[in-house]
Design a protein around this ligand. Structure first.
Ligand code: BGC
Length: 868
């Protein structure tokens, strides 16, 4: 300012300058504050706070950097009891933990195990939730910028999805995809199986559509893409989420090499009824195990960042309650009380959301009268409002159009409006959004703001996947990405760990029949599944090829030599001639040992639309079994199935039975290694195995009733029972034998009393009350083996009745002969929380029984009390 200026001008200018500086500072403070508020708002509710996650990431980094944890670190992990516990107890696990194990640890589990947070609140928070996931704060501005440019027609286009390949449901007859893509009228295509085809469609979207929005290609990559793993029921039977995560990662790498960036997996439906064919596609009957598996799949598919070219978006399905189909008949009605919905059916979905799943698929079923593809309570209230889900809700195949036969819409426009307003963002195949949504907005039956919100959900996923930067896939790398030797090794490990040894009684010489000695003599391999490669691929084999499978017979011939293996088909799966039967018996007679490979036809009898009302062996297989057994030869029965089969005669009479599910590409080598003792079976049942169909639905975590059967000094007649069948399953949930034996020490607990008030404070984010449970497990046999140690609790005295047992933790431990390990579990407040009669999650005063046991029916109980 010139010095000639009068003083009063000078002081005005100074005051103005000060005022402007103040204003500028205030603006900066306001901007910073609003940004951080935005970030706080973008946290998925209940998924863990951002600052806590950053703390966790820092802790994780420090733990990973130190393969041997320095003493000081333990003290610096107070808010992550599991990491602290790992630092303290689990060092023998060796070097740095895998990312997966650390995430398990973050949820309260030991490496390779899952324990701690109860199923209802299991919260595995991975980096894929916020950084590099669908809640990444960098996505918002990109989404908004694009959304502003879109016409209503283009917005609706993002919500439309068609199958452009092998259909996986009833068709709608629409095939003019290319034209529609060019106009920006399709957001996603699925069932494409070649990189070349994906690129061809993508070129139209990116080069010809006005806004160049890339397509998102999906596929049902359920248990592998080209490298097929065991069916999900088998994968869950490993009780090994780290291994399941690895399998999902392999599937993501292979699928993404073909341009598939979205899988309709994991299926996290709880299945309590073996008649339901889709039991094969899930993790069984338990919400705690189901939650662990759900998170493992999501982490595996989505990796640490969605925009990594080998990551694919997960889709937890079928939201919700689909597995409770009445009578086990697929697509049937479901009636589920609210406590059961919250405690049993929702937790695996919640776990998938917490792990960052980019999408959820709504179901086919009506839930308490309202179809789940038009259910605002589950889709809006629970999923969006309570859980803060920010990804895509996709309908199931034509489930929007199916609102008409359900009876809640009389025309396509109403069906579209109901599904859309209830929270279904994307319409799979039925074409009703394409046909009606624009008009519904124009006639003010649907607000455009709601369309914007759904489009945001879709675009957020597309941006998170990096599709705008990299819409195409490198076709030259597609083939080399498949079937890598390390992938096959994971497939073999998974198959071996999935087998459940159901029975192994004495053979000749009084020792258990399994494992078989290599010098057994001549082995007859008999049965329709002995040399069947196609069925090993299971019910949903994606791009798996029969020629890539090593069949049981091929592996056995390689192991024993042609001269030592006799083979005969015996019968087909569903039919068989007398001549085939005669040939099988003659073959058995010439042998020293018979291995029978029997079971279901995977694609026809398991999976979708494959409910069965009889659960025995199909066709003439039972007859074949009985005739072969009548030869007097020692018989090992290997069962291939997508569900437990009711075979009381076999379990009574056949000395050794192995449940093999459908094991995937490495079926043969895994079976041979297991039967001949190179691998020791360690899988455990994830569903209760019924004695007869009439027991279904059958599940271990049932309520006791007021008149339970078999109560000491109870009335023999007026109790809850069948006149002609036992109540108990043939084999309980969690059951599985080994070639060695394990002894469990008593269940020890870290106190005899807990306070409900303190637990409730912990439950709602206050100071945590961790509770420890420990038991020693000793390998009392002659072989090394893995044991899946399980922790169950029962609550009595609560206002809403609770199951007779509920799984709250598990850990797979490896024990050398004679070795003992103390297995520790840490239970946090949610393990004791129930869905109460005020529709809230809370801990109530109760008597608590705790078991650490080999399955859901055994173990020595110990008690404590929760006081007010
Ligand atoms: C199934 C879904 C599947 C979809 C797409 C439906 O029939 O229920 O599980 O993801 O088809 O193939």
């Amino acid at each position: 300012m010139p010095s000639s200026c009068p003083n009063y001008v000078r002081s005005y200018v100074n005051a103005a300058r000060n005022f402007l500086s103040f204003l500028l500072l205030a603006c900066v403070i306001f901007l910073l504050a609003s940004q951080s508020a935005e970030r706080v708002q973008s946290r998925p509710s209940g998924a863990g706070a951002l600052d806590q996650k950053n703390d966790f990431n820092a802790a994780l980094k420090r733990v990973n950097k130190n393969s041997v944890v320095p003493p000081g670190l333990e003290a610096s992990l107070p808010r992550f009891p599991a990491l602290k516990r790992w630092a303290k107890f689990e060092r023998p696990y060796g070097a740095a933990l895998s990312r997966a194990a650390l995430h398990d640890a973050a949820s309260g589990a030991a490496p390779g195990s899952v324990a701690g947070p109860g199923a209802a609140q299991s919260s595995v928070v991975g980096p894929s939730v916020n950084q590099g996931g669908i809640a990444d704060s960098s996505l918002g501005s990109k989404v908004e910028a694009l959304l502003r440019k879109m016409t209503l027609d283009e917005k609706v286009g993002q919500l439309v999805q068609y199958s452009a390949g092998q259909p996986t449901g009833p068709g709608t007859g629409r095939t003019d995809y290319k034209d529609m893509i060019g106009k920006g009228q399709i957001g996603s295509l699925f069932n494409i199986s070649k990189a070349r085809d994906a690129n061809a469609f993508q070129r139209i979207a990116v080069e010809q559509s006005r806004l160049h929005v890339p397509l998102l290609f999906g596929l049902d990559v359920i248990h592998g893409f080209r490298t097929e793993f065991p069916i999900p029921l088998g994968l869950a039977s490993t009780w090994n989420p780290v291994l399941v995560e690895k399998a999902a990662r392999v599937a993501a790498r292979e699928a993404s090499a073909t341009g598939i960036r979205w899988t309709f997996s994991p299926m996290v439906d709880i299945a309590r009824d073996a008649r339901w064919g889709r039991m094969a596609e899930g993790a069984g009957e338990d919400p705690f195990l189901g939650s662990a598996m759900a998170a493992a799949y999501v982490r595996g598919y989505q990796g640490s960042r969605l925009d990594a070219p080998d990551s694919i978006a997960a889709c937890a399905k079928h939201y919700v309650g689909y597995g409770a189909a009445e009578g086990g008949r697929d697509y049937n009605t479901t009636e589920i009380s609210e406590p059961t919905l919250h405690q049993i059916y929702l937790p695996p979905f919640r776990s998938a959301v917490n792990a960052g799943t980019a999408s959820i698929m709504s179901g086919f079923n009506a839930l308490n009268g309202i179809p789940t593809s038009a259910n605002a309570f589950t889709l809006k209230q629970i999923l969006r409002k309570e859980w803060g889900f920010q990804g895509i809700v996709d309908s199931d195949w034509t489930s929007v159009a199916e609102l008409i036969p359900h009876g809640i819409a009389n025309d396509g426009a109403t069906a579209a409006r109901r599904a859309f307003l209830a929270g279904v963002d994307m319409d799979m195949v039925s074409s009703l959004y394409h046909d009606h949504l624009e008009h519904l907005v124009q006639t003010r039956q649907v607000p455009e703001a709601a369309v914007d919100e759904a489009v945001r959900n879709v675009l957020r996923v597309k941006f998170a996947l990096g599709l705008f930067e990299h819409p195409y896939v490198d076709e030259t790398k597609e083939d080399a990405a498949m079937l890598r030797p390390d992938y096959l090794q994971i497939a073999r490990d998974a198959a071996e760990q999935s087998f459940v040894l159901l029975k192994n009684s004495a053979g000749p010489g009084g020792v258990p029949l399994l494992p078989v000695s290599k010098s057994v003599g001549k082995v007859a391999l008999i049965g329709p599944l002995a040399n069947d490669s196609a069925n090993m691929l299971g019910c949903w084999g994606a791009l798996g090829r029969a020629e890539d499978v090593t069949s049981f017979q091929t592996a056995l011939l390689a192991y024993l030599g042609n001269e030592n293996v006799l083979s005969s088909k015996g019968t087909g799966i569903s039919e068989g001639s007398d001549q085939e039967m005669g040939d099988a018996i003659a073959t058995a007679q010439k042998s020293d040992l018979v291995i029978l490979a029997l079971g279901e036809n995977a694609p026809e009898m398991t999976g979708e639309a494959a409910s069965r009302s009889k659960l025995g062996l199909p066709g003439r297989q039972q007859e074949l079994l009985e005739k072969v057994l009548a030869t007097g030869k020692p018989v090992v029965l290997v069962l291939f199935s997508g569900r437990p089969l009711t075979l009381p005669w076999a379990f009574e009479n056949v000395p050794a039975v192995l449940a093999a599910w459908f094991p995937g590409l490495e079926a043969g080598p895994a079976l041979v290694r297991t039967l001949f003792g190179e691998s020791n079976p360690s899988g455990k049942l994830v569903v209760s195995w019924p004695r007869s169909v009439g027991q279904e639905p059958l599940y271990y975590n049932a309520l006791n009733t007021g008149r339970p059967a078999n109560q000491a000094n109870g009335d023999p007649k007026f109790v809850s029972r069948y006149l002609d069948e036992q109540n108990s399953p043939q084999f309980p949930f969690g059951y599985g034998l080994s070639y060695t034996s394990f002894r469990y020490g008593p269940t020890e607990i870290g106190g005899k009393q807990l306070k409900a008030s303190a637990l409730n404070t912990g439950l709602h984010g206050g100071k945590d009350t961790a509770f420890t449970v420990t038991a020693s497990v000793t390998n009392t046999g002659q072989r090394s083996g893995d044991e899946v140690v399980q922790l169950y609790i029962r609550l009595q005295g609560t206002r809403v009745a609770q199951p007779v047992r509920a799984l709250k933790g598990f850990e797979r431990v490896t024990l050398a002969p004679g070795e003992t390990k103390n297995v520790h579990f840490t239970l946090s407040p949610d393990a004791f929380a129930i869905w109460n009669d005020h529709n809230q999650l809370a801990v109530e005063p109760a008597r608590v029984t705790v078991w650490v046991s080999p399955d859901s029916a055994h173990g020595s109980p110990t008690e404590l009390e929760i006081v007010p």
